[in-house]
Each structure stands twice: as structure tokens, then as C-alpha cells.
Design a protein around this ligand. Structure first.
Ligand SMILES: Nc1nc2c(ncn2[C@@H]2O[C@H](COP(=O)(O)OP(=O)(O)OP(=O)(O)O)[C@@H](O)[C@H]2O)c(=O)[nH]1
Length: 289
């Protein structure tokens, strides 16, 4: 059996989370059109009779400006240290030179597959240019074009990954899909809705903390704090007469119900915690290690 750790690296918005979900056939990682949606390393486990791939989605690689972003980059680093294969994901339409510089700077010691994403919205000529560009790079063991969104060429990608995975016994039970707790995904689903519903900086100043999670006979009761940095952000989150937070709650609850497969009672509170993104203690409390 082939077993090993595969990490998806790439710049913000390359489509890492979309690829992770497409390979898993399940939505584990949250996705949004905004950059820096992913803040943690998220592990998904794919087990078949022939292989176990332990896939990691990582935050987009950036130059950190505040402590939260430093933590995000530490998540990238820790994923780097225990991978057998790296997927270097690039949006076919992004700046290739900048993407390549980042891949080079990772100084990966493991085989790297350059994965060109978003081929569904890329012209043939442009794709040829991208292939030629990465094909000549020394870190590129293998080159493959996909569309994570449309699910194109994913079998080919899996076959390419398997070529480089070592033989070994599975690390996880075949039934397990992730090593992260349910609460984590619930908080992420709320966070995803914030990325969709609120404009500009709001999602970047916000985090979500699950404070209560109780399975009752007919439903699961979930209470969460939405943490922001300033009073003005709290006002925006709530919206006029609480309109926005109500919408957020309804949308998040629907996703959580589908995820848990049972009815959910979701209660949301907005808390102001000045400068939480730069506070080591609060970052820990909110799950950023
Ligand atoms: N057209 C097209 N869009 C895609 C594809 N893959 C991802 N996207 C879109 O690109 C955007 C970013 O996708 P994500 O999966 O959140 O990207 P990410 O790399 O995880 O982003 P960060 O969290 O910023 O690191 C979303 O709007 C996706 O729907 C693709 O193959 N084709």
C-alpha cells in the first residue's frame, strides 16, 4: 500500500482549498473569492484499498504583517517539514515569476509536482506559456494542468502523486477523514460566511470561537463568539437591527446542519477584543498555534 503526506502550497487564491475539497470529494476546507481565507493547516485523509493520502491544505504564502499572519506562515512551515510530496499550486493567470520565486524559496527537499490550476478559464496559448515556464524549473519533477473547480484532471493528479509516495502501512483508520475536531469545522463554516457577507477588511479582523457545543436529543446546540478588534466592526457585523448577523446565523446554520446531519440551534455573540490578531495569548485561545 502507498501511504504518505501530501501538502498543497501556493499563493493566496491559487485554489488550494478548492483542490483539497475536490480530491476529498467532501467540503473540508472553506473557500471564498477573497485571499487568505485559510488560516490553519487542514488535514484530509483519503483512503482506498491501494493507498492512503494524507492531504494538507495550507494558508496562502505571504509576507506576514501581523502575528496572526506569522502563525499562518508557521502552519505552512510545519506542513513543509513532514510532507512526502509537495503540490505547488499556481493559478495559471497569476504572476508566474512571483509564484516561482516563492516555490524556490521553500527549498523543498521532497518531490514537487507543479499543479497549474484554473485551466477552465485559461486560453490554450497561455497554458502553453505556463507549461514552458515551469517545465524548465529545477524544482519541478512533474507538471500537470487541472481545474479544481470543475474537477478536471484530478485522477491524473492522483496518479502523479502515487508515483512519489512511499510504500507503508496506513497512519489513520480508513473511516477517518480528518484529524481535526468537529468544532473546528463548525467555526470555519461560520468564518466562511463572514468572508462572503462582509466587505473589505471585516473578515480579516474577525475570528470565531465555539464556546458551547452540546448534543441534545433532537438537535445540537452551538454557541459561538465572533471576535472583532473594534467597536465599529461589531456594529457592522450586527447590521441594522441585527439584520446582518441574523443572515450570517441562518446561512452558517444551514451548512452546519448539512455537515452534522442533524438540526442545529446556533447562537452567535459578537465580542470586541482589541488587537487580538497581535496578542499571543488570545491567538492561542482562538486556536492559532
Ligand atoms: N475558474 C476557476 N476558479 C477556481 C478554481 N479553483 C479555485 N477557484 C476559485 O478561486 C478562488 C479561491 O479559491 P480557494 O480554494 O479559496 O483558494 P486558496 O488558495 O485556498 O486561497 P487562500 O485561502 O487565500 O490561500 C475561489 O473563488 C474559487 O472558487 C478553478 O479551477 N477554476
Amino acid at each position: 500500500m502507498k501511504t504518505g503526506f501530501v501538502t498543497i502550497f501556493g499563493r493566496p487564491n491559487a485554489g488550494k482549498s478548492t483542490l483539497m475539497n475536490a480530491l476529498m470529494g467532501e467540503k473540508l476546507a472553506i473557500v471564498s473569492p477573497k485571499v487568505q481565507t485559510t488560516r490553519h493547516r487542514i488535514r484530509g485523509i483519503i483512503t482506498t484499498d491501494d493507498y492512503q493520502i494524507i492531504l494538507s491544505d495550507t494558508p496562502g504564502i505571504i509576507d506576514p504583517k501581523y502575528k496572526l499572519q506569522e502563525k499562518m506562515m508557521m502552519a505552512v512551515k510545519s506542513a513543509m517539514e513532514d510532507s512526502d510530496v509537495a503540490l505547488l499550486l499556481v493559478d495559471a493567470n497569476e504572476n508566474l515569476e512571483e509564484a516561482s520565486q516563492i516555490f524556490e524559496a521553500l527549498k523543498l527537499k521532497v518531490p514537487s509536482i507543479v499543479v497549474i490550476n484554473k485551466t477552465d478559464q485559461t486560453s490554450k496559448e497561455k497554458l502553453e506559456e505556463v507549461y514552458a515556464f515551469f517545465g524548465s524549473k529545477s524544482y519541478c519533477k512533474e507538471l500537470i494542468g487541472i481545474s479544481a473547480l470543475k474537477g478536471a484532471q484530478l485522477n491524473e493528479l492522483t496518479q502523479a502523486i502515487l508515483k512519489y509516495l512511499p510504500e507503508g502501512d496506513p497512519f489513520f483508520d480508513g473511516e477517518e477523514m480528518t484529524d481535526l475536531p468537529t468544532r473546528f469545522f463548525v467555526a470555519e463554516m461560520i468564518r466562511e460566511k463572514i468572508f462572503y457577507l462582509y466587505k473589505e477588511e471585516i473578515p480579516y479582523h474577525t475570528t470565531v470561537l465555539i464556546t458551547e457545543f452540546k448534543d441534545k436529543t433532537t438537535l445540537t446546540k452551538i454557541v459561538a463568539d465572533i471576535v472583532v478588534q473594534r467597536e465599529t466592526q461589531k456594529v457592522i457585523l450586527l447590521g441594522e437591527g441585527g439584520k446582518m448577523i441574523k443572515q450570517l446565523g441562518t446561512q452558517a446554520r444551514k451548512d452546519i446542519e448539512a455537515f452534522l446531519g442533524r438540526k442545529v440551534f446556533l447562537e452567535l455573540f459578537v465580542k470586541v477584543r482589541p488587537k487580538w490578531r497581535d496578542n499571543e495569548f488570545m491567538l492561542k485561545e482562538y486556536g492559532y498555534y
